[in-house]
Design a protein. Structure first.
Length: 215
């Protein structure tokens, strides 16, 4: 596949081998009360079991600088995706391995376009529906027209689309938004935090068909 694919909210080791080559798996850390939230020690265990061909991301919300340090230095993730506020006091390499998540109004609603952080600091951006995407597993579809405008306004920048993605919707999303990557959670789960192998297979196959123009 040419499209980067990340599976987020994973909590069990049995799901890790399903991460696609060249893609990523994401663990939710530092969001107390969320169904898929992990303690850093458990996330570190899963990092060690991740397949070598996939990146490992932490997904968090308005973290402290101390948590970001811990995620990189102790948990051992490749990138930290941040919903909400990015803290002060981060190191140069930490900043450049952060992925800010921009809030897009949900499909069928209106709202302002999000402020886009500078490309010199953040080469990758994440687009998701406004609300509580962290807790709902990115189940809500964002406004694809706004997402497409953001993608078009950032040529050469790696923007990943999340929200409401399934094997049934992903081809339409790719055609409408043309993102560099896709991030899917609840759309490929058997239960919160546990991937469904058949749904994963169908999702990746749908992406490949869309890329080839055959589906």
């Amino acid at each position: 596949m040419k499209t980067f694919v990340k599976f987020s909210g994973v909590t069990d080791a049995a799901s890790l081998p399903l991460a696609p080559e060249g893609g990523a798996v994401g663990f939710l850390v530092g969001v107390p009360g969320a169904a898929r939230n992990l303690e850093p020690a458990r996330a570190a265990e899963l990092v060690g079991a991740a397949p070598p061909g996939a990146e490992v991301w932490a997904v968090t919300r308005s973290p402290t600088a101390e948590l970001v340090h811990q995620l990189f230095d102790e948990v051992g993730v490749d990138r930290v995706q941040v919903y909400g506020t990015i803290p002060e006091g981060l190191e140069f390499l930490e900043i450049h391995h952060l992925v800010p998540s921009l809030e897009i109004p949900p499909h069928g609603t209106t709202g302002p376009e999000p402020k886009v952080p500078p490309a010199d600091d953040y080469s990758r951006l994440h687009l998701d529906a406004a609300g509580d995407a962290v807790s709902d597993g990115s189940a809500t579809r964002p406004d694809w027209e706004m997402a497409a405008r953001l993608v078009d306004a950032q040529p050469g920048r790696k923007l990943t689309l999340a929200g409401g993605l399934t094997s049934a919707t992903v081809a339409e999303a790719l055609a409408a938004v043309r993102p560099w990557g896709l991030d899917v959670g609840v759309g490929v789960e058997a239960a919160p935090g546990r991937l469904d192998p058949e749904k994963v297979k169908e999702f990746l196959a749908a992406v490949e068909r869309a890329e080839s123009g055959s589906g």
